[in-house]
Design a protein around this ligand. Structure first.
Ligand SMILES: Cc1ncc(COP(=O)(O)O)c(C=O)c1O
Length: 388
């Protein structure tokens, strides 16, 4: 799991080790692999919400066609990163954020009729005609994965049954130009064949709907959702995706493009979280490795209720004048420094040898790791962040 470059960078960390490490070459390689699987007339964006570290954002801005942002903060990051294209989504945009999106020349994925009216006003005041896509919560889901956002009651998008009304409204607003649809559906889908089926269906639906509405279709955004297997060796198979999407360009009208905005799949594998073992203890028959770190830095396993695997990085340094606590061939829980029994990253992983002072390294943490965590609970020092 740890390559030479990552191991070398981890060896440089100051004890007690607590760090995130991001690998720019891994980000670029992943973006290139995804790009190679997409059909002609595709646009590949990176969803900044997965990891907003400025160096991750600028690396992926350069390695993709642009960035998808979901707040004024992410928009500012995208502008600073020099993104070639910016798409602004999210269900709760303020007027200030809409103004910033107009100012940045972003395409806005509009979530409701009310938002459309506000955006039209902001664009009119700025003297521009802004490109938008209508985000639709379709009647059917069409895809499995976690966090289903469509085909089910959610705050995301315009209910398909209300779409005709919103398109009629848009026709009365000269400062907005509807270019197509945004159809992000789920997170973490691991079945590339099913994902390709979802994309094909999204294109067919968009073409039919645009035809019915006499809307010149320029843009079909299928969102993100390409999955990562955190607990096993499963892979979202890009070759299966490529084969499944081969016929898509023929079904797109001339001038239309297909937009993907993955976050997790681009960033997850390029991140590692390293935390030193501060103590080893047994209570009620169970072993715990207590870490300089925890769920306030990496919340995903606690949020999703799974055990995130780790590798043990042996550290020879031992500064104390007494014997070093050591475990051999037992199962341990990797737990954090917070005062709650829920601060658990891994349950019951077997270790051949583990000593106080060794470092546990968690891979695949480059997406929705630090960014979704409650950093300041208990006010421990933040982890070091190293970018290689
Ligand atoms: C609108 C939108 N686009 C893209 C993404 C990125 O999804 P993922 O990281 O699963 O690829 C999300 C994630 O929630 C989203 O809400």
């Amino acid at each position: 799991m740890l390559g030479e470059r990552v191991t070398a960078a981890l060896a440089e960390l100051t004890p007690p080790v607590c760090a995130y490490l991001y690998d720019r070459a891994a980000l670029r390689a992943r973006a290139a692999a995804v790009r190679a699987a997409l059909p002609p007339r595709s646009t590949l964006l990176y969803a900044v919400k997965a990891n907003g570290h400025p160096e991750v954002v600028s690396t992926l801005a350069a390695a993709t066609d642009g960035l998808e942002v979901a707040s004024g903060g992410e928009l500012a990051l995208a502008v600073a990163a020099g993104a070639r294209e910016i798409v602004f989504g999210g269900p709760a945009k303020t007027d200030a954020e809409l103004r910033a999106a107009v100012g940045a020349g972003a395409l806005v994925n509009v979530e409701s009729a009310h938002e459309l009216r506000r955006l039209a006003l902001v664009a009119r005041e700025a003297g521009v005609r802004i490109r938008v896509a209508l985000r639709v919560n379709r009647a059917t889901a069409g895809l499995t994965g976690s966090h289903r956002m469509t085909g089910t009651p959610t705050p995301f998008g315009i209910d398909e049954r209300q779409l005709d009304g919103v398109l009629a409204l848009a026709a009365t607003l000269p400062s907005v130009r509807v270019t197509g649809f945004h159809l992000h559906a789920v997170s973490n889908n691991l079945d590339a064949g099913a994902y390709a089926g979802f994309v094909v269906d999204a294109v067919t639906w968009s073409v039919t709907t645009a035809d019915r509405q006499r809307l010149p279709l320029e843009y079909v955004n299928v969102g993100g959702g390409l999955g990562v297997d955190y607990t096993g060796d499963g892979q979202f198979d890009l070759e299966v995706l490529r084969a499944g999407l081969a016929g898509v360009p023929e079904s797109l009208p001339e001038g239309a493009r297909l937009v993907f905005e993955p976050g997790r799949f681009l960033a997850a594998e390029a991140g590692w979280y390293a935390a030193e073992v501060l103590d080893l203890k047994q209570t009620h028959g169970r072993w715990f490795a207590v870490l300089r770190g925890g769920t306030h830095h990496f919340r995903l396993p606690a949020a999703w209720g799974y055990s995130h695997p780790f590798a043990v990085l042996p550290v020879e340094r031992w500064p104390y004048p007494f014997a070093r606590p050591e475990l051999r061939d037992v199962a341990v829980d990797a737990v954090g420094e917070l005062c709650t029994p829920r601060d658990v990253l891994t349950r019951g992983q077997r270790v051949a040898r583990l000593r106080v002072g060794d470092v546990l390294v968690f891979g695949r943490v480059g997406a929705y790791g630090w960014d979704i965590s409650h950093h300041d609970f208990l006010r421990h020092a933040h982890p070091e962040v190293v970018v290689i």
